[in-house]
Ligand binder design. Structure first.
Ligand code: XUL
Ligand code: CO
Length: 479
């Protein structure tokens, strides 16, 4: 669609967002006192051509409307809003530049003056909340360094974060948007080149602890419902220089300290560990759900920490998202999801917005099966492509992801209501409901009993088709 077409909100970004250095913009900033007082009025002007995104139903052809996400619609006795608990991530959506290893940033973000000033960070918060409010997402989440700039020293970084948190708090109260989770960026700064909690340098461990302490306190202050640990650079590039045992012990110590600090400050939110197999390190310690759960179990952290499962991380690990969700869920450890998708043909973390209805249906089947995600949610850890450089693309991207999940929710609920898959699976395992199978499950049978049983029976024949193709066709009937 041409950017000059007069669809709601689809107009030239030049008209809607004058470049920050335009005389007109500078005048507008001066008049609104952007550098001297609250810049609420100025920031609110940014998305004036885009009205609140409304549900218009599946027939709508309006690109700035929901076709499936209808927040108040009830599904399985709960509103879509409460099932999905959508969250906008601050890092991609408000700090992403579109830069890649081959080229500079491309994304037009005219509200951003390009500096690392606290003033710019505060202004960005106003714009972010205007965006999230118009989108109608109930949550957001951030890393400490997304929202506030790193200072010249730790004390200054604390101060910067507090100053921006004041604005975050104000905007949360004004809009009713809540914090799904907070986290600390323990990977961008050069001090973390060897990792943070798994660094060979104890001073780096200490710095990371001081940073997480503050990030937890700000998360707590803002009513955050969860706190996330993603490995960052907690992994290794080469075993010749790595004491793996010591690094894992340190990571566990670090997480125990966080659990203790939560008690100290009264933070009762859920801790989440986010698996990812590689990138930036060759081998991340939080490789996949199985590796994370083994780590948590080994170090006695299972009672305190659940998992935040991300689609592109699952596929990088050679798993489907559904596998990671079900694997965590059956162990009572599925806490939240980072909703995105990779690219079949690219082997890295492309963090694209999810639009595949099979994917979202499978996610929602796993989530409904465990009775929901709360206090977790569906966070779009996803970024627009560098070619999608206009601000309106942020709306298209999120609308698409929200609609895909809403549709997945409705389809999953319909499949569950008919009980077709559950009935099939139940029947498939019926040999364990009575007789020898029931004895195996209850622990009443030994190898001796089973050998005696089979010596008498003689042999067992393949007796039932798995019906995979029939079931795949059946799922298609619901799409
Ligand atoms: C990195 C990633 C992170 C975490 C939070 O791949 O997913 O953004 O979600 O640190
Ligand atoms: Co993530």
């Amino acid at each position: 669609m041409s950017p000059t077409m007069n669809h709601r909100g689809v107009i030239s970004p030049r008209r809607r967002f004058p470049a920050p250095h335009d005389a007109g913009t500078l005048e507008r900033l001066r008049v609104s006192g952007i550098h001297t007082k609250s810049i609420r009025e100025t920031a609110m002007a940014f998305f004036t051509d885009i009205s609140k995104i409304e549900y218009e139903g599946p027939q709508s052809r309006n690109p700035l409307a929901f076709r499936h996400y209808n927040a108040d619609e009830m599904v399985e006795g709960r509103t879509m809003r409460d099932h999905l608990r959508f969250s906008v991530c601050y890092w991609h959506t408000f700090r992403g530049t579109g830069a890649d290893p081959f080229g500079a940033g491309t994304l037009q973000r005219p509200w951003d003056d390009g500096t690392e000033s606290v003033e710019n960070a505060k202004n960005r918060v106003r714009v972010a909340f205007e965006f999230i409010e118009k989108l109608g997402a109930p949550f957001y989440c951030f890393h400490d360094r997304d929202v506030a700039p790193e200072g010249a020293n730790l004390a200054e970084s604390y101060k910067n974060l507090d100053a921006v948190a004041d604005v975050l708090e104000e905007e949360q109260q004004r809009s009713g948007i809540k914090l799904l989770w907070g986290t600390a960026n323990l990977f961008s700064h050069p001090r973390y080149l060897h990792g943070a909690a798994t660094s060979c340098n104890a001073d780096v461990f200490a710095y990371a602890a001081a940073q997480v302490k503050k990030a937890m306190e700000v998360t707590h202050r803002l009513g955050g419902e969860n706190y996330v640990f993603w490995g960052g650079r907690e992994g290794y590039m080469n075993l010749y220089n790595t004491d793996m045992k010591r690094e894992l012990d340190h990571l566990a110590k670090f997480m125990h300290m966080a659990v203790d600090h939560a008690k100290t400050i009264g933070f009762t939110g859920q801790f989440l560990f986010e698996p990812k197999p590689k990138e930036p390190t060759k081998h991340q310690y939080d490789f996949d759900a199985a590796a994370c759960l083994n780590f948590l179990r080994q170090y006695d952290l299972l009672d305190h920490v659940k998992l935040n499962i991300e689609t592109n991380h699952a596929t990088l690990a050679g798993h489907t998202m559904a596998h990671e969700l079900v694997y965590s869920s059956i162990q009572g450890a599925l806490g939240s999801i980072d909703a995105n998708t990779g690219d079949l043909l690219l082997g890295w973390d492309t963090d694209q917005f999810p639009t595949d209805i099979y994917l979202t249906t499978q996610c929602m089947l796993a989530i409904l099966d465990q009775g929901g995600l709360a206090p977790g949610g569906v966070n779009f850890d996803a970024k627009v492509r560098r070619e999608s450089f206009e601000p309106v693309d942020l709306f298209h991207a999120h609308i698409g992801g929200m609609d895909a999940f809403a549709r997945g929710l409705k389809i999953a609920a319909a499949i569950r209501a008919d009980g077709v898959l559950t009935d099939f699976v139940k029947t498939r395992y019926r040999s364990y409901d009575a007789g020898i199978g029931a004895k195996i499950e209850s622990g009443a049978a030994s190898f001796e009993d089973l050998a005696a049983y089979m010596l008498e029976a003689g042999d067992v024949q393949p007796n039932e088709s798995g019906r995979q193709e029939m079931l795949e066709n059946l799922v298609n009937m619901y799409l």
